[in-house]
Write a protein that binds this ligand. Structure first.
Ligand SMILES: [Zn+2]
Length: 310
């Protein structure tokens, strides 16, 4: 069964300015890598904008309407915080990023794809219920998780996050619901400063495995193989969603882990195996961080290869 690639040109129009690490070149690099012949069989679809109803399942309605109303069309982007910026195209990009994640869920639930990758930006995992943060406006993976529950009746949803930064927003949205599972490996100490092992949710449904600066593939594989995947298996989700950030890569400028491209291939294979065992093979992946263009492109490519099982 095919794999879906979901994106939208509007995601390139979220303009963060000339020196921002989270810029449109990132998505261009990922999409260029996915033009290689081995990806010819991807089913390519355009991301719809998420509806206010979809977004307001994890964000307050006032927050959703506030973000969607920001159109600084006289040129100057607006700084929502030190690193989170909105330009004229940002509201649509953010709506399509979350909508692309929801469409990825639809793809695997409707059954026209077994796996789906949403190549979107802005990223999502730092966005808290009522606060934009860390380049993120809407929490794409969490919106997708709630869409799976409401639209498809999948009660138990897991989001696993291998971005080098802790997904504080996703954790905040999931911690009180024992049918939602969030697990993360991330560098500590590092932005945003959350993600300690004792943050475990109401029912051990939050699992944080911090890694130390300079840790590399062996520690990364141990975190997933020895701790996160066994806990994920125990949770037994009905759908597996991946927050796929590639900034733990050794070449990434924003953190100090030393994960290599082959490690992302290994992890994707492990996650696909969990999806096979518990989710009828259904796995959805949503792009988060990754700031070295070459590392991002090559790691995203092996990740999508893994989703395609090639
Ligand atoms: Zn990150």
């Amino acid at each position: 069964m095919p794999t879906a690639l979901i994106t939208h040109p509007a995601c390139l129009e979220h303009d963060t300015g000339p020196y921002h690490p989270e810029n449109a070149e990132r998505l261009r690099a990922v999409l260029a890598a996915l033009e290689a012949p081995e990806f010819a069989h991807l089913l390519r679809e355009s991301a719809p904008a998420a509806t206010v109803e979809q977004l307001s399942r994890v964000h307050p309605l006032s927050y959703v309407e506030g973000i969607l109303s920001i159109h600084p069309d006289l040129g100057e982007p607006i700084h929502l915080d030190g690193d989170t910026i909105m330009s004229n195209g940002s509201a649509e990009a953010a709506a399509r990023a979350a909508g692309g994640a929801c469409m990825a869920v639809d793809a695997v639930m409707e059954g026209w794809a077994r796996a789906a990758f949403a190549a979107v930006r802005p990223p999502g995992h730092h966005a808290e219920p009522g606060k934009p943060m860390g380049f993120c406006l809407f929490n794409n993976a969490a919106v997708a998780a709630m869409h799976a529950r409401v639209r498809w009746g999948v009660q138990r949803v897991a989001v696993v996050d291998f971005d080098v930064h802790h997904g504080n927003g996703t954790q905040a949205m999931f911690a009180a619901d024992s049918d939602l599972f969030y697990a993360s490996s991330h560098q500590s100490p590092c932005y945003p400063g959350t993600g300690e092992p004792w943050e475990h949710g109401v029912a051990d449904n939050i699992l944080n495995v911090p890694l130390r600066p300079r840790d590399g593939g062996p520690e990364f594989r141990a975190a997933w193989g020895d701790t996160i995947i066994p806990a994920l298996e125990k949770f037994a989700p009905g759908l597996l969603i991946v927050s796929a950030g590639f900034d733990a890569h050794i070449d990434d400028p924003l953190a100090q882990l030393r994960v290599e491209t082959a490690d992302y291939a290994w992890l994707t294979e492990q996650l696909v195996a969990v999806a096979d065992k518990h989710c009828g093979g259904r796995i959805v992946s949503v792009l988060e961080g990754g700031y070295d263009l070459h590392a991002l492109a090559s790691a995203a490519a092996v990740h999508v290869r893994g989703l395609m099982r090639i």
